[in-house]
Design a protein around this ligand. Structure first.
Ligand code: MOS
Length: 749
């Protein structure tokens, strides 16, 4: 497959589809119930699987009443460590970068409360559920280690997915010692669960040594390879389908033990098996955002310029795997400082293994950083926006590299203007509304990397003037089906209505991962390139044929315009795609391409999306109840393909920031280690009544380096900056600096 012909710097000219605020092309299917989610599949002969889960957090399973479960009418099989099918590769032998240790009932150890300890397969969901109850496990419990104090501290080597745990540039201690003003700030962030609307699910159906798997998955090709590895069959024998996903947020990028076990179970019983997680069963086996304790130290000179920035995070992980929230790394790329250090420590507790969750690292880390920066501005007697401008990084503080583009100044200016930041009193407790409530204004900088991964795509021009485009990249609700189709249409020079866009199937070219906020950039580049490749082949057919009005123009002499090739210098000469294909007697003309970053740009430039978030809160002076009354974010994220969907992503991110600041917290009973809020009633997320006016401004930004499309990403950045902005507004309203999230009434008393 050729690399995309699009090499920078410099943009390709996108067509008229990009930039349009189209609504979701799959919206109709979803609201009418026609969209097929994984759990909707019912292959013939289907059996239902239900997990029995542990009610202790640590110890061993001593007994399971398998006989009682087997005796229940409708129960077909009970899988326990005694009879579980073997894995084809070691559970710790991670096949892809998004692999965690898979737990498939290898042993009788309990490592967290809610851990699957047996799988019951039955003719009906009810029979499987009852069978799981009848197992009545007996345990040999050991004391659970749930909090930072109980856990086992260890030195971290890497954080996130392979980043070094520690980073130093310059002399931090000297920078702090030489500072005129010093600030030390500590804050805690809680454990959070992804809690996507659609629970994790899998339907596995074998046909000989081939298996068809329906399961929501953010990275189809990696998922296919991981399934194949653990099942011991070649990847091409695994068909993985994930056409619709009801929210992923990172947890559906990673294969978990229950998925693999369900596929093994289907092979064992010789019939298709469906496993759908109950809401409470999503606490443990499928990842979460690990809790953090963070400390920042900032030194400033008399003018409020940073002399040093030091960010340390101690983060929780499980007792049996290693994902560490890269929280402190959030301080590496945003404020200019001659001395910068970030480092992480780990603490092992008896919870499931954490993983990437929307804005992994940046969400928790920027929450801490933005509060610390607010405190630093206060200590210097400088307006928080002015303080950030004084410490504006013209080059990336971590690497010294120039930014590929950075319209953060414009974000500050446009956000502040829209919010009405000017005239904000420096001191807290100075503003009240008509009802006597304290009013506070706060802000935070937003930042998220603009990565690209690798994706392949195929585009096929058809004789009837329509086109088919394919990439296995998925839409997890963010609107990828729409924005990517717009880019594909521009690559093909067709109106988007004439594009059939197929995605979410392992038979498609590898679309990479829908994650890291790099999906539109990566899969979009592949799709554009594939379309351009098909059009180039079409142009060769036309310009090389004496009967074409474009004969002799050469490929460079024609351009694609909504289904026609047009002579660049003589626009009266043109020919439709359909006519060109008809004359050549070709039914379908295919193009293909790879989307990936130009390595030279990746080496030479720092690439991030940026933003500025402004928050207003109202605090009841007697009850200390906090309400966010306004959020304004201004974001610069390169070229915006679909402003409607981009705003929707940014609004959603800011609302998640509100959730982080005031609502979300997974609670585990420190005595038992059991979740106390494993449902959407107890695990608070904002509802409409909690969400005020939220406004996302899209700030123009031209980026000739990220990729020829100029596209960065908008999926995760909205959370960053927002948490700090709200906490800082709470300080401004009350004079009390929040030191943990979510901020509670008791923290303000
Ligand atoms: Mo995301 S946490 O990159 O799915």
């Amino acid at each position: 497959m050729p690399d995309t012909p699009l090499t920078g710097p410099g943009h390709v000219r996108l067509g008229s589809n990009s930039g349009q605020p189209l609504t979701r092309r799959d919206g109709f299917l979803k609201v009418t119930g026609a969209a097929t989610f994984a759990a909707d599949n019912r292959p013939a002969g289907l059996l239902h699987a239900v997990h029995a889960i542990s009610t202790i957090a640590r110890g061993r399973v001593r007994s399971l009443d398998v006989a009682a479960a087997r005796a229940h009418p409708g129960v077909v099989e009970v899988i326990t460590p005694a009879n579980r099918p073997p894995l084809a590769r070691d559970q710790d032998d991670k096949p892809t970068m998004f692999s965690w240790r898979v737990e498939t009932l290898q042993d009788d150890r309990v490592r967290y409360a809610g851990q699957p300890i047996a799988l019951v397969i039955a003719e009906t969901l009810e029979a499987a559920t009852e069978g799981a109850h009848l197992l009545a496990p007996g345990y040999a419990p050991e004391p659970a280690r749930i909090g930072f104090e109980d856990g086992e501290a260890f030195e971290a080597e890497t954080v996130g997915i392979g980043s070094p745990a520690a980073f130093v540039r310059g002399e931090v201690e000297a920078g702090l010692a030489g500072a005129t003003v010093r600030v030390e700030f500590r804050v805690e962030t809680p454990t959070q669960y992804h809690n996507a609307m659609e629970p994790h699910a899998i339907v596995a159906a074998w046909d000989g040594d081939r298996v068809t798997i329906d399961s929501p998955n953010q990275a189809i090709a990696m998922g296919q390879a991981a399934f194949a590895g653990f099942l011991g069959i070649p990847p091409e024998n695994v068909t993985l389908r994930s056409p619709f996903i009801g929210g992923g947020f990172g947890s559906k990028a990673i294969l978990s033990g229950p998925h693999v076990l369900a596929a093994l179970a289907a092979r064992m019983v010789g019939r298709p098996v469906k496993l759908v997680f109950r809401r409470d069963q999503m606490v443990g086996p499928v990842g979460h955002r690990g809790a953090t304790r963070q400390r920042l130290r900032l030194g400033m000179d008399r003018d409020g310029h940073l002399t040093a920035l030091d960010h340390e995070a101690v983060v929780m992980t499980s007792a049996f795997d290693d994902f560490l929230e890269p929280a402190a790394n959030a301080s590496q790329n945003i404020y200019a400082t001659p001395a910068l250090a970030t480092r992480h420590g780990g603490v092992r507790v008896d919870l499931g293994t954490p993983g990437p969750m929307r804005a992994p690292g940046e969400a928790s880390g920027s929450a801490a950083l933005e509060c610390a920066v607010d405190e630093a501005a206060v200590a210097c007697g400088i307006d928080p926006l002015e303080f950030r401008l004084r410490n504006y990084a013209e080059t990336d503080p971590a690497t010294g590299r120039p930014y590929s583009s950075k319209a953060l100044r414009e974000c500050y200016a446009q956000g502040a203007e829209r919010f009405g930041w000017a005239g904000r009193p420096l001191a807290p407790r100075r503003m009240r509304d008509g009802a006597g409530r304290l009013i506070g204004w706060g802000m935070g900088s937003a930042l998220f990397p603009a990565p690209m991964f690798r994706a392949e795509a195929r585009a096929v021009l058809r004789a009837d003037g329509t086109a088919l485009v394919e990439t296995s990249a998925v839409d997890m609700g963010q609107g990828a089906w729409t924005a990517l189709a717009q880019i594909a249409a521009d690559g093909l020079g067709l109106p988007v209505e004439r594009i059939e866009f197929r995605a979410g199937h392992s038979d498609h070219p590898d679309g990479g991962v829908a994650g890291g906020s790099g999906h539109t950039a990566t899969a979009g580049s592949a799709l554009f390139g594939a379309g351009a490749d098909a059009v180039a082949r079409l142009a060769e057919l036309a310009t090389g044929h004496p009967d074409s009005p474009l004969f002799g123009a050469g490929n460079a002499g024609v351009e694609a315009r909504l289904g026609r090739l047009v002579h660049r210098e003589d626009p009266g000469r043109h020919e439709s795609y359909a006519d060109i294909l008809a004359r050549a007697g070709i039914a379908e003309l295919a193009g293909q391409a790879v989307g990936a970053r130009d390595p030279a740009h990746a080496r030479d430039r720092a690439m991030f999306s940026h933003g500025a978030v402004f928050a207003e809160v109202q605090v009841d002076p007697d009850l200390c109840q906090i309400r966010v009354s306004r959020l304004v974010g201004a974001f610069a994220a390169g070229r915006i393909i679909n402003p409607h969907l981009a705003r929707s992503q940014l609004n959603g991110g800011m609302i998640w920031g509100l959730s982080f600041a005031l609502h979300e917290e997974a609670l585990h009973d420190p005595r038992t280690g059991r979740s106390m809020n494993a449902d959407l009633a107890g695990y608070h997320v904002p509802v409409n009544a909690d969400v005020p006016s939220v406004e996302a401004l899209l700030v123009h930004e031209d980026d000739p380096y990220v990729n020829p499309l100029g596209v960065k990403g908008v999926g995760e950045i909205g959370i960053t900056g927002t948490v700090g902005a709200i906490a800082n507004a709470v300080w401004h309203a009350t004079g009390t600096r929040p030191r943990r999230f979510p901020i509670r009434i008791r923290d303000l008393l």
